[in-house]
Design a protein around this ligand. Structure first.
Ligand code: NAP
Length: 465
């Protein structure tokens, strides 16, 4: 293949890949089309890699092949071995590797391109931005991974003079980066610039608590996208510019959606409370009595109900109870009960967590109702069946202005005629605060593991037949 043909093949592959990435994002916005979206993204990525390998400049495939084999050997087991509940930290570690690659390519390109560049040229600006974002995203993502995996303390790490230090380190990175842009051969500044960018990534994330980490990961996703777009400008690669821009904006929008669903301002997540919620009042401090019932008692009540709204949360995910919950839904529907699922946008530990699990268990998509659409139905609902959810139904968020989660929108389960709550004990949720709903007169606790209790209810309903 000569240079012109190879260039045409590369551009054609890039064009189709870009279109597929746009379609992937569009399709992934709905559970009905999400699988198609993932497939489109995968095909797009294969085309992008193949297109790049066809590039005329690539003369030696040996090292590339070794890198691909090593990457596959790590990536495939990771995909199979890491549980769904660990997706946020898996995403964080992927960002760390991606961002490191972007930063290192920027460094290599700097040494290749700098001698021929004019001071302050566009390419030098793009390279600096690429390296700054790439290296800081790398260390920030490693810290986010370590916090989510609980390798390091999830609580915010604060110390005196932290903010001035952060500003100083960031300003230092900008100044040294600027010196590299305007005096392209001042390579003695290069390691200082990289070290400051890496250090800033660490400083950026250590004061943020574990509770806010998924939002931070969405934001780091955005930074990684912007770094890739900057790399696209530096290398004159249109695919990288398009994909980087898509990644940058979608990550940012996702972070905003998560902040809105938790009623947190963006700056509050990044500079404010820093996830202090996780260190709130201890769980189970409230020793007021609660009403509890057994599965045997609950099953006939569910059977006789005209309408049941199931509210799943993190407990359903950790118990891997989605298939039993889907069976419970089927048994109740068979008995003529109108069953719906209420989905809170931040239920679980990642955006769309409940939708993914329930889709895996073949619950029809039209049964999954978003918070704002289900709340008006709650006062007419016979039974609200909460399965491993806590913060997302915590009435303190609505009724107690002093609560750490005040203002967070909740699913108003307490307004149903009867509230049944499946959980193992009186432990708090992710925010670490007590939930007044447990003590309401219309609440019945069904103590037990989400999977075992759902199984038990299915069995009881079968026996009632
Ligand atoms: P949650 O508030 O974290 O509560 C989960 C409850 O499940 C716990 O109280 C726990 O109580 C119970 N549980 C744990 N294991 C269980 C098991 N095996 N069987 C039955 N119950 C079990 O959950 P949520 O209502 O889904 O709220 C999600 C929280 O995560 C929110 O605070 C949200 O802001 C935060 N968050 C979510 C995202 C996201 O993207 N989804 C992002 C950032 C933050 P017991 O131990 O007593 O059983």
């Amino acid at each position: 293949m000569n240079a012109a043909t190879s260039e045409m093949a590369v551009q054609a592959a890039y064009l189709i890949a870009s279109g597929l990435f746009v379609l992937a994002l569009m399709w992934m916005s709905s559970p009905q089309t999400a699988r198609r979206g993932v497939l489109a993204g995968e095909i797009g990525m294969v085309l992008a890699v193949v297109g790049t390998l066809l590039h005329f400049d690539v003369v030696n495939y040996d090292l590339i092949l070794i890198a691909m084999l090593v990457g596959t050997a790590i990536g495939v087991p990771m995909a199979y071995l890491m549980p769904m509940t660990a997706i946020p930290q898996r995403t964080a570690i992927s960002h760390a590797f991606g961002a490191l690659a972007v930063g290192l390519i920027g460094a290599a390109e700097y040494f290749k391109l700098a001698p021929g560049q004019e001071a302050g040229s566009f390419v030098m600006w793009a390279l600096m931005l690429e390296m700054l974002l790439g290296f800081l995203t790398c260390t920030a993502s490693v810290i986010a991974f370590a916090k989510l995996q609980e390798i390091m303390p999830t609580r915010p790490i604060m110390f005196a003079g932290q903010r001035p230090l952060n500003v100083l380190v960031f300003a230092g990175a900008l100044v040294t980066g600027g010196m590299l842009i305007f005096t392209p051969l001042s390579s003695q500044m290069f390691p200082v610039f990289i070290a400051l960018a890496l250090l800033f990534g660490v400083l950026l994330v250590i004061p943020i608590g574990g509770a806010d980490m998924p939002t931070v990961i969405a934001l780091l996703n955005s930074y990684a996208g912007l770094a890739a777009a900057a790399m696209g400008f530096a290398l004159d690669n249109k695919l990288l510019i398009i994909v980087g821009a898509l990644d940058g904006t979608s990550g940012f929008i996702l972070a905003m959606i998560m902040c809105k669903a938790m009623n947190r301002s963006f700056s509050n997540v990044l500079f404010g409370g820093f996830g202090q919620l996780a260190a709130g009042p201890a769980a189970g401090v409230d020793e007021r009595p609660v009403r509890s019932m057994s599965g045997e008692e609950a099953a006939p009540m569910l059977e006789m109900a005209g309408s049941v709204v199931i509210i799943p949360g993190y407990g359903m995910a950790v118990a891997q109870a989605q298939h039993r919950v889907a069976e419970l839904y089927e048994r109740l529907e068979e008995k003529g009960v109108d069953v719906k699922f209420a989905i809170h946008p931040v239920a679980g530990r990642m955006p769309g967590h409940m939708n993914v699990l329930l889709a895996e268990a073949d619950v029809p998509y039209d049964k999954l109702i978003e918070l704002e659409d289900i709340n008006p139905d709650m006062p007419q609902t016979d039974v609200a069946l909460i399965i491993g959810a806590n913060d997302t139904v915590n009435t303190a968020a609505r009724d107690d202005p002093g609560s750490a989660i005040a203002g967070m929108p909740i699913i108003e389960a307490d307004k149903a005629r009867t509230v049944m709550i499946i959980k193992r004990g009186m432990s708090a949720g992710f925010a670490g605060i007590d939930n007044p709903i447990y003590f309401n007169e219309n609440t019945q606790m069904l103590f037990g593991d989400a999977k075992k209790m759902s199984e038990h209810l299915v069995k009881e309903l079968q026996e009632l037949a």
